[in-house]
Design a protein around this ligand. Structure first.
Ligand code: PLP
Length: 374
């Protein structure tokens, strides 16, 4: 049996999205900037996809910028706020200690350019409070960036509250919503987001395509200079097939949202209760304020890396959330900042989707028990 339980890393392409993309690789292959019929057809698909995505996200088409994915969207959002902040003498940014590297490393880089960055620690449950963020804001703060849901422990931050607090103070607010879009009910028209990042391959869309929502009136810098694509802010011929696929995948994800979430949660809770019955195992992060498919579990005294490799040998794909570089394992910065290195080294992330089955959960329990008994 092969079990894919690493949906926080990436997801399988939705068959309808795959089907919709096909024509834009073959017959309608035109460049949307061309003025002939094949180009116009491609431009029409692009416009249609942007409109559908904007409707699903509760914003206007002019507020959607297509990018190559979550990492690029995060880079563009943060560099934009930094550039315009710099010009008005504001060089302080507030964020958390548990951001994705595409946020974390951009902020570290900005420190070399004279920015000061406050990295707020989350509590034991993996949550940051609005009060913590508010207390960190200074007269020279140009941006607050807090991820919507964490990719390792799945915890959901009080994003609406933080965003409206920032709006009241007139400070730009960005959220890395890559784990949230397509998994939670998000309506930008009800929220005070200045910018929001999303990525298609985290909600059963294709890889290498994402978007940046940028509220009207918020200025974006150009990371890529060139032609006037994407409202003049992101040059390069649009990835039409991927954009079409992303629009279909998002529609599919949100159309069946409740059903998908309740199935995933049922599987997750079944697996979790079985695993928590083993020895001294415990869950990392809050159970309630959490993505429906996420389990990040610590087996004290065991090696998370060892468990991952054992599971892989039995056809089960999970993750440790730690990066392997030149033979040495660097424990997850998220778990390390929350609970220390020991916990980080003994934990694994199991991220489910509605495509998993109860049989797969039972199989996983038996293989994990087998590993722990050896
Ligand atoms: C996957 C992920 C990203 C990066 O998205 P890509 O499209 O792979 O570049 C950023 N942030 C979070 C929280 C993620 O899970």
């Amino acid at each position: 049996m092969r079990v894919y339980a690493d949906n926080a890393a990436t997801t399988r392409l939705n068959p309808k999205a795959k089907e919709a993309m096909f024509d834009y690789y073959s017959t309608v292959f035109g460049n949307p900037s061309s003025v002939h019929s094949i180009g116009i057809e491609a431009a029409e698909a692009l416009r249609h996809s942007r409109k559908n995505i904007a409707d699903l996200m509760g914003c206007s088409e002019e507020e959607i910028y297509f990018t190559s994915g979550g990492s690029e969207s995060n880079n563009q959002a943060i560099f934009s706020a930094a550039e315009f902040g710099y010009q008005s003498g504001k060089k302080h940014i507030v964020t958390t200690a548990i951001e994705h590297p595409s946020v974390h490393n951009v902020l570290k880089k900005l420190k070399n350019f004279g920015f000061e960055v406050t990295f707020l620690d989350v509590d034991k449950s993996g949550i940051i409070t609005t009060e913590q963020v508010e207390a960190a804001i200074r007269h020279d703060t140009c941006l607050v960036t807090v991820m919507y849901a964490n990719n390792e422990i799945g915890t959901i931050q009080p994003i609406s509250e933080i965003a409206s607090m920032c709006e009241q103070k007139g400070i730009l607010f960005h959220t890395d919503a890559v784990q949230a879009v397509g998994h939670l009910d998000i309506d930008c028209s009800r929220e005070c987001f200045s910018m929001l990042s999303a990525s298609a391959h985290k909600f059963h869309g294709p890889k290498g395509i994402g978007l940046l929502y940028c509220q009207k009136g918020v200025n974006l810098t150009k990371l890529i200079e060139g032609g006037s694509q994407e409202w003049g802010k992101r040059a390069g011929t649009e990835n039409v097939p991927a954009i079409v696929g992303m629009a279909v995948a998002l529609k599919e994800a949100l159309m069946n949202l409740e059903e998908r979430v309740s199935k995933t949660k049922y599987l997750r809770n079944f697996l979790l209760s079985e695993l928590l019955g083993i020895d001294t195992a415990f869950l990392n992060g809050d159970l309630e304020r959490r993505l429906s498919g996420n389990i990040n579990i610590c087996f004290p005294g065991q090696s998370g890396e060892g468990l991952l490799l054992y599971l892989n040998g039995r056809g089960i794909c999970v993750s440790t959330g730690s990066a392997c570089s030149t033979g040495s394992v660097i424990p997850s910065h998220v778990l390390t900042s929350m609970s220390g290195e020991e916990v980080a080294k003994s934990s694994v992330r199991i991220s489910l989707s509605e495509e998993n089955s109860i049989e797969e959960m039972e199989y996983m329990v038996s293989v994990i028990r087998e590993f722990l008994c050896n």
